[in-house]
Design a protein. Structure first.
Length: 392
């Protein structure tokens, strides 16, 4: 059965709920039983049976089944944010004295968690570049326990060689985690490439409507047994209401992603043709440094990309963004609405790190929403005219 069909119906059991086609939103912190026998029976597997919401909830459970199906995994765990999904496996799998390798272009707060919390716990954290991912052997140590990937990155979209990393990691018993938020489970299947654990900020495309924060994790049954108890103790659990919204978002994910992809490629190509634009960083453009690898690892592209204007003044850059009517300025991405984020020096990051990422004042990141792409192009045209006027 095609994934587009499965995403609609997988895990639905209308016969259990009066024929209701959507799973009900089960509002219950606890689940009560009449007999000791029943109570003991559900307590034998509290991570899959209704006992207490922090461990299992039927609405959240349907979402967990769906993410496992989409990621070709045996098990899924939902969290109240992407950071919940990222921090739980790191805390569950790493111990004092372990060495952790992290992609240098990793999402800022993930980096902060590694540098602050994990370092304080006595875990040795080191970063590697996307180029090094083709052969990480020289960076491995006897105590390397885990390698953390995020491909593509979310500012300048560095593509890592996933299979080269997992081949090495598997041979040495090292765990691998990947943040798959950019490509979504539709366009990249990391577990098929040997990755152990996939995490998502479901806040982005999966929820898709900028109305909740959501984290999702998918892995084997054996890893679920290692990670789930820590997840339950950390307590970043998803509410049944937000699980419902996420399930609703997932039903239209294939349709939305097809439109996001088409619109973003059209706008990226249009921007690349403009004299005011020096460079467009979109993994689906042949001019992008990681284009060939991206094509091998992914079956599609989402709609978050960056572009660099010609060297300009602060006034011109501000005129460009302030003139836009359809693009709000904001950090998140993957929703129905278009966004424009200036990556100038006011944006976080140590100078060294900014230089390694190629972040300068003329760089902007855009999330292309579901508006008509020609309306977005007309808006950008007005913005570029304002940039030109301010440069004169
Ligand atoms: C690539 C990436 N991973 C993880 C996260 C964290 O997700 P959340 O904000 O849902 O905690 C984000 C959020 O912006 C992100 O961009």
């Amino acid at each position: 059965m095609n994934e587009r069909t499965k995403i609609l119906h997988h895990g639905d059991t209308p016969e259990k709920y009066f024929g209701a086609v959507n799973p009900p939103v089960v509002h219950a912190s606890l689940f009560g039983y009449r007999t000791v026998e029943e109570f003991r029976a559900v307590n034998r597997d509290p991570f899959h049976q209704p006992v207490y919401h922090r461990e299992y909830n039927p609405t959240v459970g349907v979402l967990e089944e769906k993410i496992a199906m989409l990621e070709h995994a045996e098990a899924g765990i939902a969290f109240s944010s992407g950071m919940g999904a990222i921090t739980a496996p790191l805390l569950a799998l790493l111990s004092h004295g372990d060495h952790l390798l992290v992609i240098d272009s990793v999402y800022g707060p993930t980096r902060q968690f590694c540098n602050d919390t994990l370092t304080r716990m006595g875990i040795q954290v080191e970063y590697f570049s996307a180029a090094e991912s083709a052969n990480l052997a020289p960076r491995l140590k006897d105590n390397t326990r885990l390698i953390y990937l995020e491909s593509p990155g979310s500012l300048t979209f560095e593509i890592q060689d996933i299979e080269a990393v997992t081949r090495l990691a598997r041979a040495r018993g090292i765990y691998t985690i990947i943040d798959n938020s950019w490509a979504t489970p539709l366009y990249q299947k990391p577990l098929d490439m040997g990755v152990d654990i996939v995490v998502h900020s479901g806040t982005k495309y999966i929820a898709g409507h900028s109305d909740l924060t959501l984290g999702l994790l998918a892995c084997s049954e054996a890893l679920f047994k290692k990670i789930k108890p820590t997840a339950v103790l950390l307590g970043a659990v998803l509410s049944p209401d937000d699980a419902y919204l996420a399930l609703r978002g997932l039903r239209t994910l294939p349709l939305r992603m097809a439109q996001h992809q088409e619109s973003a490629l059209k706008i990226a190509r249009w921007l690349a043709s403009r004299p005011e634009v020096r460079e467009v960083l979109h993994p689906g453009l042949p001019t992008f440094p990681g284009y060939e690898l991206a094509k091998r690892q992914m079956t599609g592209y989402s709609s978050l990309f960056s572009f660099r204007l010609q060297p300009g003044t602060a006034e011109a850059r501000r005129a460009f963004v302030d003139t836009l009517e359809l693009f709000l300025i904001g950090y998140s991405w993957g929703g129905y609405e278009s966004l424009m984020l200036p990556l100038d020096r006011a944006f976080a990051g140590e100078p060294d790190w900014r230089a390694r990422r190629g972040l300068d004042d003329d760089l902007f990141r855009t999330s292309i929403g579901l508006e008509d792409p020609d309306d977005l192009i007309a808006d950008l045209e007005r913005g570029l005219a304002a940039w030109r006027a301010a440069m004169d």
